[in-house]
Design a binder for this molecule. Structure first.
Ligand code: BG6
Length: 464
């Protein structure tokens, strides 16, 4: 007998994107440069196939056609990000009128199509001028981000009722200050920790502005990539390794953003290595008083760890990897087209943790998706037959359904992504869309998964 997986009434079915990854028009209509525009000019060869962020998926010019397609494949909600360097070129000062028109048009078009807009304020795209005065290491940049956020609320808050302060804020800290995949491309754990702390603070500052404006029916949240940390075994050393990974990579944002305070164990750990960030009592007070209204959860793959086999070189560069090793679990299921593990139950484990330890705060799945290299090989009758993606989504939705049945307060599911898009360093290597994009002609074609998603949204679930 087929089992029915029905979701709560009014469930959000949609997808997520970000400005740098879809808009293109990177130097049009007064847009300033962000870190990606700048870095690409410095090191184009570091980007897959040398493809940069200038054109990407041309949403800037094709948003009407794209929103029509969203409607056609059943979206009732959509997350996009506002580009700080488009709205306020240079990061501070005059607002760019053309950018205001563009975002107004996108928002109005979405609403006319009954698609709820969810706007992210920051998705990895620092204006280069702001990065060059220290990025989120700098208090001045925090102030400028706060003003940018306030400008967005004032301009668009009459129609956008769901806001996100940051997408995966740990990623620019890791990528830019530890693992060499974002600008400024340095390795300095102490700075990375300061950037993490300052981003939490910046998020709280934006929330505080949002509250002052008393936007009718408005809610503000943050999107975190909560990667469950699974230990190799129940041996105390493995458990400890997993606990530290969880503290550093999940709870360093989850706790202050949802509960308003840092876990004692994290503070003790950082203190014992003389790596506490610089902060004031007022900062902690601001964080405490400005927690999120709701949480976006991005989930792609789990983190599996084991105790360190060799003590790290005490003279080597100090990074989180001092505390654990990656554990390559025998028999783990891999995405054959992207190299990431597929572990659907991870989504359930995250939500149960949020239910039990974070007051069951309202949440939604803000990203989940399957990247595939070389998807053209699956074209038949002009359509990409991405049954693997349908299976991926179904697998995760089954666990999501179970979490909701068990009381988790989840409002929706957004796939990464609506259409194929340019990714940071990876450019167009991994394709994630429900709609494919030919990057030479910019032609859009709905994939098999897009048609399936339409049925999913129409039936508010699926049966199998
Ligand atoms: C998410 C990001 O972490 O991963 C997206 O929010 C990104 O911006 C996505 O595109 C997939 O990563 P990648 O490198 O495979 O494109």
């Amino acid at each position: 007998m087929a089992k029915e997986y029905k979701f709560p009434e009014g469930f959000w079915w949609g997808s997520a994107t970000s400005a740098t990854q879809i808009e293109g028009a990177a130097s049009e209509d007064g847009k300033g440069m962000n870190v990606w525009d700048y870095w690409y000019k410095q090191v184009p060869n570091r980007f897959f196939n040398g493809v940069g962020p200038e054109v990407t998926s041309d949403f800037y010019h094709r948003y009407k056609e794209d929103i029509k397609l969203m409607k056609e494949i059943g979206h009732n909600s959509f997350r996009f990000s506002i580009s700080w360097s488009r709205l306020i070129p240079g990061g501070v000062g005059e607002v760019n009128k053309k950018a205001v028109d563009f975002y107004n048009n996108v928002i109005n078009e979405l609403l006319e199509n009954d698609i709820m807009p969810i706007a992210t304020l920051f998705h990895f795209d620092m204006p280069i001028e702001m990065q060059h005065i220290g990025g989120f290491e700098s208090r001045q940049v925090l102030e400028n981000y706060k003003n940018y956020a306030k400008t967005c609320f004032e301009l668009f808050g009459d129609r956008v009722k769901r806001w996100i302060t940051f997408n995966e804020p740990i990623v620019p800290a890791e990528g830019g200050y530890l693992y060499n995949f974002h600008y400024p491309d340095i390795v300095d754990f102490k700075k990375a920790i300061q950037v993490c702390f300052n981003t939490v603070l910046a998020s709280a500052m934006a929330i505080s502005e949002f509250k002052k404006l008393e936007i009718k029916d408005g809610k503000i949240g943050i999107v975190l990539n909560l990667t469950p940390s699974y230990p190799r075994s129940n041996h105390p050393a493995d458990l400890k390794a997993a606990e530290i990974a969880d503290l550093l990579f999940n709870r360093s944002f989850l706790d202050p953003c949802v509960k308003g305070e840092y876990p004692d164990k994290l503070v003790e750990l950082l203190k014992s290595y003389n790596h506490l960030p610089v902060y004031t009592e007022d900062d902690l007070e601001l964080i405490k008083n400005n927690t999120v209204d709701y949480l976006g959860v991005n989930y792609y793959q789990p983190r599996r760890v084991k105790a360190k086999e060799n003590m790290p070189n005490p003279y080597g560069v100090f990074t989180p990897d001092w505390f654990f090793d990656e554990y390559v679990m025998p028999g783990r299921r891999m995405n054959p087209y992207r190299g990431w593990e597929i572990y659907e139950k991870g989504i359930y484990d995250i939500l149960i943790n949020v239910r039990d330890n974070y007051g069951n705060i309202e949440s939604y799945i803000s990203e989940n998706g399957m990247g595939v290299e070389g998807e053209e090989r699956f074209i038949k009758d002009g359509v990409i037959q991405d049954d693997y993606r349908i299976d991926f989504i179904k697998g995760h939705l089954k666990w999501l359904h179970k979490a909701i049945e068990e009381g988790c307060n989840v409002k929706g599911y957004h796939l990464w992504s609506f259409m194929d898009n340019w990714s940071f360093l990876n450019a167009y290597k991994n394709r994630y869309g429900l709609v494919s994009v030919d990057i030479t002609t910019q032609n859009r074609t709905i994939k098999k998964s897009g048609y399936w998603y339409k049925e999913l949204a129409k039936n508010n679930g699926f049966s199998e």
